[in-house]
Design a protein around this ligand. Structure first.
Ligand code: ADP
Length: 250
């Protein structure tokens, strides 16, 4: 019991340390470049343009990070009400493939789409589900070198009672000693690669969104061969699942 309380306190301390660090880096940059514009150190149109661009990009990064932290906090406190609506998993998958394709094509990674043979109805918060699956598709792309392949599969399982989305990649894979930790907030396997934009929140959000729907997320992976992430949701949300009442006012 005491152990669990200690672990939770430690997790909270780590969380604050990580958020502070991730907020501070772009803020320092915004401060530096705006000061240079104000005091005239950034002279000439080209230099000023570049400073303004960096300020804008860093501000965007901050907005994204803050949105992720707020979303995750809401999900974890059960304060985020899902806006449940009928969704067809095949349609949602096709839409995601369409929106992800340009990023895949630019990276030289093939995105293969395998819909279920029949429509796959489910009751879900379409925006949150899109967010979770986009996180998985973006991760797969990021960890798959060209010429690689990522496949999105939709299938109805358990006689249509469950819907499973699977994202398989032929990328780097995840070491066995790390795989248990990747769902933790802010956990990144390769922290040293500072050029990466990842906040380490993506998979924590996927997990929370899955659980909020009464479903679950999981992964299997082989280093050097690739990873297989899945998100499984009940087609109809059961009584007692951690969800809010459908609210179509949004
Ligand atoms: P990040 O913002 O770093 O992508 P995530 O929570 O989405 O954060 O992922 C946590 C870590 O899990 C990543 O840093 C990465 O090392 C690992 N990971 C996630 N998806 C994959 C994948 N498809 N292949 C290999 N490693 C992955």
């Amino acid at each position: 019991m005491a152990d669990r309380a200690q672990q939770s306190q430690q997790a909270q301390r780590d969380f604050i340390a990580n958020v502070s660090h991730d907020l501070k880096t772009p803020l320092t940059s915004i401060q530096g470049y705006s000061q240079a514009l104000l005091d005239g150190t950034a002279a000439g149109a080209a230099v000023q343009q570049r400073a303004a661009l960096i300020i804008s990009q860093e501000a965007q990064r901050l907005t994204y990070l803050v949105e992720e932290v707020i979303d995750l906090a809401r999900l974890e406190n059960g304060g985020l009400h899902l806006h449940l609506e009928p969704v067809d998993a095949n349609e949602l998958g096709a839409e995601l493939v369409d929106s992800s394709l340009p990023r895949y094509e630019a990276s030289g990674v093939t995105l293969t789409w395998r819909p279920a043979p029949e429509p796959v109805p489910l009751l879900a918060d379409a925006a949150r589900l899109r967010r979770a699956l986009t996180n998985l598709l973006d991760n797969a792309l990021e960890h798959t070198p060209s010429p690689g392949e990522v496949t999105l599969t939709v299938e109805a399982t358990e006689l249509g009672a469950q819907v499973q989305f699977t994202i398989t990649d032929t990328g780097a894979g995840i070491p066995a000693e790390e795989i248990g930790r990747i769902w933790e907030r802010f956990y990144r396997v390769d922290r040293a690669r500072t050029e990466r934009r990842g906040s380490g929140l993506g998979l924590a959000i996927v997990k929370e969104i899955g659980e909020a729907h009464g479903g679950e997320a999981g992964v299997t992976s082989v280093v050097g061969q690739g990873s297989r992430f899945w998100l499984k949701l009940p087609a109809k949300v059961e009584n007692g699942a951690k969800v809010g009442v459908a609210d179509h006012t949004r």
